[in-house]
Structures are given as C-alpha cells and as structure tokens.
Design a protein around this ligand. Structure first.
Ligand SMILES: *[C@@H]1O[C@H](CO)[C@@H](O)[C@H](O)[C@H]1NC(C)=O
Ligand SMILES: [Ca+2]
Length: 531
C-alpha cells in the first residue's frame, strides 16, 4: 500500500479532489428513494397528459430527468424481479408472467437483492413498503429475509384498497406479522385506511425515525393505479364525465378512466407527502428519488399508453415502455429535460450500488459479475449516453401458445425492435376520449387479426415509429436484412442463457393459509409442493 505523504503538485491535486468529493455531502452515501407504481401507462401521468392532476410528480419529473425509454416487462412479477436482482427475468425464472397465490416461485438466494447488497456491503438501512409479488412460499423468501430491515405491505399482486383482502383472504403484513385493519390483537389500530395513504404513512414514519448518520434505501411500491379501481370519493369527483376508446375490432368501449385518474392523483398526493417529509428531515440534500411504473396501462381498466401501441401484457411499446424519472437536489449536473437513452428495470440495482459505492467496481464483486443491469449513473446524473445499446425484452418458451422472444437494439441513432411469438392481443394505439366534451371519436382504426402464432415475427424501427405501425420483418432492403439477422442472432444467443421458469405450475391447494391470511404456513412452507 502506498501512502501519499510527499509534498508537491500531486499531493495538492489529491487534496483538492478529496475536498471536492466531500463538499456538501457530509461524507455520506446518498439516500435512495425508489418509488414503483403499478400499471401506470405512458399517458397516465400529468407531464404527458394534463387531464390527470399530478402536480407533485410533474414537479419532480420536470426538475429532474424524465426517462423516455424506460423499459420494463409487460406484467408485474418479472419487472419486480429485475428491480430486486438487477437480472433479466429469464435468468432468475421470472419470465413466465405473474406469480399467483398458489405458485411456489421466489428469488433464489444465489441472486442477491439490491436491499441485501446495500445493507450488507454499503451500510444502508433498507425498508420496503407496499407490493412484493415475488413469492412467499416460505418466510425466508419474503422481504425481511431478503435484505429489508422492515416490510409493511402485501405479498401478492393486488387486493382491495380498504380491506387488504383478495379472493376471500387477507394479505397484509408488518414484517412477518399479519395485520388486519382494526385487529384488536395488532397494536396498530390506526391501520384502517386507503392503502396508498397507509403506505405513505408508514414511509413517513420510517423517514422520521431514521438515524440520519446512516444512508437510507426506501422501496415504496404502491399497488395503485392497479385494479380494483377504488379511490376516495373526493378524488373521483375531480374527474366527472366518461371516457371511451376504440377497441381492436373497431368497436367503441367505455372505460372508467375518471376513477383511474383518481387512483393516480392519490399516488401523487402520497408522493407529495413523502417529499415534504424528506425535506423536513433534511434527507433530500444528498439523495436521489427514482419513480417508475412496472408495466404499461390496461385500457379497459382506465390506463392508456398512447402514442405507443398495445397494452399491459403485450410486448408492444405500450406494454413495456413506461413513465419514469429521477430527481435529485444535488446529484444531477443536468436537469429539466427528457432523456431518450435506453434504460431497463435491471439497471437500478447496479446504478444504486454505483451511487452507494462511488467508484464501486461491479466487475470484481462476485455477487454482481453475472447481472444484466448496467450502471446508468453517467446517463442519469450527467445526461451522458446510456450505458446499454441492447435490451432483451424476454425469453420465454415454456408454453407454445405464449412463447415470446424479444430484443431491442440501438444502431447509431436508430433503435430497432425484434419480437417473435405472441406479442400480445391488444394490438392498436388506444386513445381515450372524454365524451362529456365534444364528441371526437376516431373510427379509423382498422380491425386487425389477433396474432398468437409462435412463428409470427415483428421488426420495428421504434426510434422513428414508436407506434409500431410498420412491421418491417422480411423487408428486402439489404440494410434492414442485416439488422434483422443481427437481432435474430441476439435472440438465438440469449435463448441459451434462459433458466426454467419458477412459476409454471400451481400447487393446487397448498397449505398457504394461516388464520385467513395468504401465508408461508408453518415450518418450511410449501415451496416444495411440486415433487
Ligand atoms: C419490524 O422490524 C423492524 C426492524 O427490525 C422493527 O423495528 C419493527 O418493530 C418490526 N415490526 C413488527 C410489527 O414486528
Ligand atoms: Ca403491474
């Protein structure tokens, strides 16, 4: 080891560097606030669509960096597995859709979660509030065993916003303790409200009680605006009128977009409350707030993705390209713009590690050498180029009917997308029209056959055609042929890396209920229910 004691220019340079680095940061690692919303589409946030009131999200996004190419999976569990592990879902077994209540899926302990890394290697406190949706067949796969100091929320995919009940049973916990609203056996009798507001109440409590000398990681995963469409009446009253849209077959459908907006506005209020408390506690001076959806909007449930084609559950842009932004008072050297660089759900883990470890060497950490995410700090903090030029959208061929392979790749300024298989059913651009205003319904969409065949192939130049209206697959232009071949090769190579899905089977009726709660049950749980 070399100690620097010599006098002269080098010493001065090193001293200056050290002085600059600690300036204004109190020598602290940044606090990280990772906020995930559920099923919010590209057209469901105020800065893209002023019809919905989201002043707090607009303020943070407009004063931060809005992410224009923020890619996730088309449904919840795969995206959340990538958030937690920094890996593609087809590398951890989460590529095959959502985890149902009787499916024994979980993040294997060989894949370290972002919370495990931040707490064990970087000295963070880590707390989780909200929706997990990454399995609960034994206690050791739930949040407080996977790096979080505390957990306040639910294991499954959705539930009633007021009763915390789904399919007749409850799903709500404080760490491992089952919580019922107003349960006399549970000390928190104040747990009786709308879950979006309950979650932020807990987030505020965490922030208030946090020891400020320790860096904080908070994962706040709202259920909203996912179904069921429930919101406080005063928020629903903000959005009178009714909305319609044109469906795939050209028919007019109504959608409960007003109530959906109310769910979004509730999230906005909750984020505003948290933001204010972070300011009050001085926790924002050296911090980053990340906001992202986990998949696109579902038009029939009120969520819209226009100008992108498709919906939640599809591999069109509308399913996988979602709202997201970063905000920081001190860490961004460039703010108030939209970045078009490719960013994937798996990038948050290495980005957070990089922020925590300053010059953390991701290539020498055994937990991280095989991750798929890349460190995006240069892109996010300084407006640099994205650290990735390729995203594998998914590799899943467990069932012929739902087989899907997809990849996005950037060539110079062009971004191309290749998908093979079941790209999804809701395959047009959906725009909602408020019918209480002047009727201006477009009936120009032509009906399209639903494509499900495994050999269907799609090639889109999404940098020029984000609505995916021109399928260029099979085009004979030599340049396009080259790109097509390249992307097909990428998919073939990636197929070899996929692991089997964790959630292809249901357990039948596992012993997953305890006192009316969806539960790991006694002992080792029911992870081995399938022999
Ligand atoms: C959950 O865990 C945290 C951290 O250990 C602890 O402070 C809190 O009291 C726990 N809550 C319950 C209900 O056990
Ligand atoms: Ca979702």
């Amino acid at each position: 080891m070399q100690t620097v004691v010599r006098k002269g220019p080098l010493w001065i340079v090193l001293w200056l560097l050290a002085a600059c680095k600690t300036h204004g940061q109190a020598n602290q690692k940044p606090n990280i606030f990772f906020i995930a919303v559920d099923d919010m589409g590209n057209n469901d946030i105020g800065y893209n669509n002023p019809e919905v009131e989201t002043p707090n999200l607009n303020n943070l996004g407009n004063n931060g960096v809005i992410l224009e190419s923020n890619y996730v999976y088309p449904v919840c569990s795969p995206s959340r597995s990538a958030f937690m592990t920094g890996r593609y879902a087809h590398k951890t077994g989460f590529q095959h859709g959502t985890v149902e209540h009787n499916q024994p899926a979980y993040i294997d302990s060989s894949y370290k979660t972002v919370a495990e890394k931040l707490t064990q290697s970087y000295g963070y406190a880590a707390h989780m509030v909200g929706k997990w949706h990454l399995g609960y067949c034994k206690d050791s796969v739930t949040p407080t065993y996977r790096g979080f100091d505390s957990f306040y929320g639910f294991y499954g995919g959705q539930e009633n916003y007021y009763t915390y009940n789904v399919a007749r049973y409850n799903d709500f916990r404080d760490n491992l303790t089952a919580v019922t609203p107003k349960n006399p056996n549970y000390p928190r009798e104040d747990v009786d409200g709308y879950s979006t507001f309950e979650y932020v109440k807990r987030a505020v409590e965490i922030v208030k009680n946090h020891d400020k000398t320790q860096p904080l990681f908070l994962y706040l995963a709202f259920q909203a605006p996912h179904t069921p469409l429930q919101a406080p009446q005063e928020l629903i009253d903000k959005y009178p009128g009714s909305w319609t849209y044109t469906d795939t077959d050209g028919s007019q459908k109504t959608t409960d977009r007003g109530t959906f907006y109310a769910l979004v506005t509730a999230v906005d209020m909750a984020v505003g409350t948290l933001h204010q408390e972070l300011e009050n506690q001085g926790l924002l001076d050296n911090a980053i707030i990340v906001f992202t959806s986990d998949n696109g909007g579902q038009p029939k449930e009120g969520g819209f993705n226009n100008p992108y084609r498709g919906a939640k559950g599809t591999f069109y842009e509308g399913g996988v390209r979602v709202p997201g932004f970063v905000y920081s008072k001190s860490l961004l050297t460039k703010t108030s713009y939209r970045h078009r660089g490719l960013l994937h759900a798996s990038d948050w883990l290495p980005t957070f590690i990089s922020l925590a470890g300053e010059s953390a060497d991701l290539t020498s950490d055994n937990d991280l050498i095989s991750i798929d995410g890349v460190d995006q700090t240069q892109m996010l903090l300084n407006g640099g180029d994205s650290a990735r030029s390729k995203i594998v959208l998914n590799i899943d061929d467990f069932e012929r009917s739902s087989t899907i392979y997809g990849v996005i790749k950037q060539f110079g300024t062009e971004v191309w997308k290749y998908v093979q298989g079941n790209i999804g059913r809701r395959d047009i651009v959906y725009s909602a029209t408020k019918t209480s205003k002047k009727r201006a319904l477009k009936r120009s969409f032509k009906s399209e056959r639903t494509k499900r065949a495994v050999n269907d192939k799609y090639l889109y130049l999404i940098s020029a055609d984000s609505s995916e209206t021109h399928n260029l697959y099979g085009d004979t232009t030599p340049e396009i042929q080259d790109i097509q071949n390249d992307l097909e090769d990428e998919v073939e190579a990636e197929k070899l890396k996929a692991v089997p899905p964790m959630n292809p089977y249901n357990c039948g009726t596992p012993n997953n209920l305890l006192n009316g709660f969806w539960s790991a049950g006694p002992g080792d749980g029911w992870c081995n229910c399938i022999a």
